[in-house]
Design a protein around this ligand. Structure first.
Ligand code: NDP
Ligand code: HEM
Length: 490
């Protein structure tokens, strides 16, 4: 034993005499069952992997702080959005969506932008992406969509025709598909991309007023993307490029920062606004609801241990604090359920006790007891029911959210016809946001991806691109070697 090294033990602290040689009957073996150290070591090794996230399996993260510079007290009672100048501790995890946990960081894919703020009123999670919109707007379509991004059940390969088949038949996706195949589909790393809460959330104040809100995080490092060719090359040479980029910047004290903005809409506007503000496939144009700068987020500490702090991190849109609430967004409503459910499966029922997930700055007082891997003392001798006469924790009516006005008969509704402006925002994106080079690269990237699609799937997509803009339809048709006039007519 080296003089300075600590003594090796079993998981229960029993000292180990030899970590190089199993106990055998004679030098040639066989191995004896009684080598409990060997058995513990191999059995633990067999259990090292936990299920990877069903989506967003490949990721990386860091700790940081959020500092509010402008109080939103007019709109909300949430301390995290009203206490100016106070640093709120947080953790962030960035990810690709469709690939497995060892897949390349530079894949063309949305990037997860998951944030957990350890506020004094409990944890607030904002689990967004690097795009302000999404492919579908009803959770009932989410699993089907994700299947198209995963492996073919027959071949275990990832042909692209599956996604184009789904998208062509789900045209609400085309806005997000255009973001995905534009330059921003292959960001260099988390440092060089924006984040968006994407959904419409709500803010509410002590006067019982409610406002709808969208959250934006604008990178202060500037947007930087890989070209499609660079992304492909780096995927082969350095699949962990983006993870390394973030951790090495933090290591060098070059802390990345994001400007935090909100868009705010008074509750009643939702009834008359020309866009359904709860439709996740559409943005709120800045000219209608301007960005309001409220603070800065900085990442400044790398995790000590990836598995403990990042793989075991559990983000969930259901973590909100008094003053912040949900909205009728059909996707968000389901996400409020799905994430905690996924964590109970992936990490176990007591996943809240894993240090990265704990509410670091607020007391946790529940009547939950027992369950696998309970490690917090299980509330000791406290009574485990409520109401009780023994001073156990009680509800606090002062944090009651004002009632949410809902209307309508229960049913399975399609999207109303007057709400079906599927092509309006994609057309603005094509015509006004992208420049000539950006438009050409969008066309090239789509052509590259649609090459393996059967002709009827190509034609269906080209018809959508025509409706966004004739130049777009023609560009993709030409790239695929299809007669443009005929494709448009079909
Ligand atoms: P604006 O002109 O005010 O905003 C356009 C926004 O597009 C910019 O602020 C920027 O948002 C984003 N943008 C700029 N270049 C690119 C690019 N190459 N790829 C992707 N996004 C880019 O107009 P509107 O608010 O009316 O939006 C017009 C269109 O812009 C929308 O239909 C939508 O397609 C797209 N967009 C809108 C966003 C919004 O929240 N309103 C956000 C992102 C895109 P940012 O500063 O967030 O990067
Ligand atoms: C991860 C479900 C839509 C962003 C996950 C996970 C599930 C899930 C089950 C894995 C959780 C885990 O095991 O830790 C869903 C469902 C959706 C949906 C059912 C639609 C109804 C969205 C949308 C966004 C988003 C719209 C962004 C706006 C993320 C992110 C992660 C994630 C960032 C990774 C979080 C992390 O880093 O741990 N999602 N998702 N998801 N999802 Fe979604």
């Amino acid at each position: 034993m080296a003089d300075q090294s600590p003594r090796l033990t079993t998981a229960f602290g029993n000292p180990i005499s030899d970590n190089q040689n199993s106990i055998t009957a004679g030098p040639r073996g066989p191995v004896l069952m009684q080598d409990y150290h060997l058995i513990e070591k191999m059995a633990h090794f067999n259990r090292e992997r936990i299920p990877e996230r069903v989506v967003h399996a490949k990721g990386y993260g860091a700790y940081g702080t959020f500092r509010l510079t402008k109080s939103l007290e007019q709109y909300t009672r949430a301390k995290v959005l009203t206490e100016v100048g106070k640093d709120v501790q947080m953790v962030a995890r960035f990810s690709t969506v469709g690939g497995e946990s060892g897949s390349a960081d530079t894949a063309r894919d949305p990037r997860g932008f998951a944030l957990k703020f350890y506020t004094s009123e409990g944890n607030w999670d904002l689990v967004g992406n690097n795009t302000p919109i999404f492919f579908v707007r009803d959770a009932i379509k989410f699993a089907d969509f994700i299947h198209t991004q995963k492996r073919d059940p027959r071949t275990h390969l990832k042909p692209h025709w599956r996604r184009w088949d789904f998208w062509g038949l789900s045209p609400e996706a085309i806005h997000q598909v255009m973001f995905l195949y534009s330059d921003r589909g292959t960001p260099k790393s988390a440092r060089f991309m924006n984040g968006y809460g994407s959904h419409t959330y709500s803010l509410w104040n002590d006067k019982g007023e409610r406002y709808w809100v969208k959250f934006h995080f604008h990178t202060k490092q500037g947007i930087q993307n890989f070209s499609a060719a660079e992304a492909d090359k780096i995927a082969g040479e350095d699949p962990d490029y983006s993870a390394a980029d973030l951790s090495s910047a933090i290591e060098k004290n070059d802390f990345p920062k994001w400007r935090v903005d909100v868009q705010i809409m008074p509750e009643a506007d939702a009834d008359t606004y020309r866009i359904n503000p709860f439709d996740l496939t559409k943005v709120w144009p800045h000219s209608d609801y301007p960005l309001i700068e409220i603070g800065e987020m900085e990442l400044n500490k790398n995790p000590e241990n990836y598995f403990a702090e990042i793989e075991q991190s559990a983000f969930e849109p259901s973590n909100i604090v008094p003053g912040i609430g949900f909205s009728p967004d059909k996707m968000l409503q389901n996400r409020v359920l799905s994430y905690a459910d996924a964590h109970r499966y992936r990490l176990g029922v007591n996943y809240q006790q894993i240090p990265v997930n704990q509410a670091k700055n607020a007391p946790v007082q529940t009547y939950h007891r027992d369950g696998a891997m309970r490690t917090d003392g299980n509330h000791g001798a406290q009574v485990d029911y409520e109401p009780n006469s023994f001073g156990g924790p009680v509800q606090d009516p002062s944090v009651q959210e004002p009632p949410l006005r809902l209307k309508g008969d229960a049913g399975r509704y399609g999207w109303p016809k007057d709400d079906e402006d599927l092509y309006g925002q994609p057309t603005i994106f094509w015509s006004k946001v992208l420049d000539d080079g950006g438009r050409q690269r969008l066309v090239d990237n789509i052509v590259d991806s649609m090459g393996d699609s059967p002709r009827h799937i190509q034609d269906r997509m080209i018809a959508h691109w025509y409706k966004v803009h004739p130049d777009f339809g023609q560009g993709v048709a030409k790239g695929l070697g299809i007669d443009a006039g005929r494709a448009a007519a079909e």
